[in-house]
Design a protein around this ligand. Structure first.
Ligand SMILES: [Zn+2]
Length: 211
């Protein structure tokens, strides 16, 4: 008699194992049965995570939340259903990547090129983004609500149905973008350029501060 599960059984796409420490609400980090905070060796876990990212170009269902990455070349990589919540990326090359259902909520992204990437159904809510480049991207159905974004370009990108609600955007450019159904409601916009973009098809509402 087989104990195997019926072959039609499928886990939900975002089902991650819990940390092995009782009552810890976090998910276990990839490569461990514990979350980063409860790891015996967080530094080693982070080194393994950086190695894991560099060894392969296709990544699915990783949980690297809270980890810090610097100077990695991940250009052209594919990420599906990965968690990078509260992680830090500094000068990480993410050019030409595919990011599908990935979570960067409350992450810190600085000096990272994402140009030419295809980013869909992903979450950057609450992130701090500085000096990044999202030029030439498909950045679709993505949640950038409440971000603090500084000196960053979204030029020549399709941002259809993405959200920047209640975000603070400073020295940010959206030159020649598709802004159809993009929400900027309650956003604070300073030195923001919408040149050559269809900003009349975006949603600002009366509580947005137009440039
Ligand atoms: Zn834990």
């Amino acid at each position: 008699m087989s104990n195997e599960r019926p072959c039609e059984y499928r886990e939900a796409m975002l089902s991650f194992a819990r940390c092995a420490i009782p009552a810890c609400p976090e998910h276990a980090a990839s490569g461990s049965d514990r979350c980063l905070r409860h790891s015996d060796s967080p530094e080693e876990l982070q080194r393994e995570a950086a190695s894991l990212l560099s060894r392969s170009r296709e990544h699915a269902r990783l949980n690297l939340s809270g980890m810090r990455f610097s100077g990695l070349d991940l250009s052209g990589h594919q990420f599906t259903s990965c968690l990078f919540s509260r992680a830090a990326f500094q000068a990480v090359n993410l050019r030409g990547c595919s990011l599908h259902l990935c979570f960067f909520d409350f992450a810190e992204l600085s000096d990272c090129p994402f140009d030419g990437s295809k980013i869909m159904y992903s979450v950057f809510a609450g992130a701090r983004i500085a000096r990044c480049d999202f030029s030439g991207c498909d950045l679709l159905h993505t949640n950038l609500n409440g971000i603090d974004c500084l000196e960053t370009k979204f030029d020549d990108s399709d941002l259809y149905f993405s959200r920047f609600i209640a975000s603070r955007l400073t020295a940010v450019s959206f030159v020649d973008c598709n802004l159809k159904k993009v929400h900027f409601s309650a956003a604070i916009l300073n030195q923001v350029s919408f040149k050559y973009s269809n900003y009349e098809e975006a949603e600002f509402k009366e509580d947005s501060i137009l440039p």
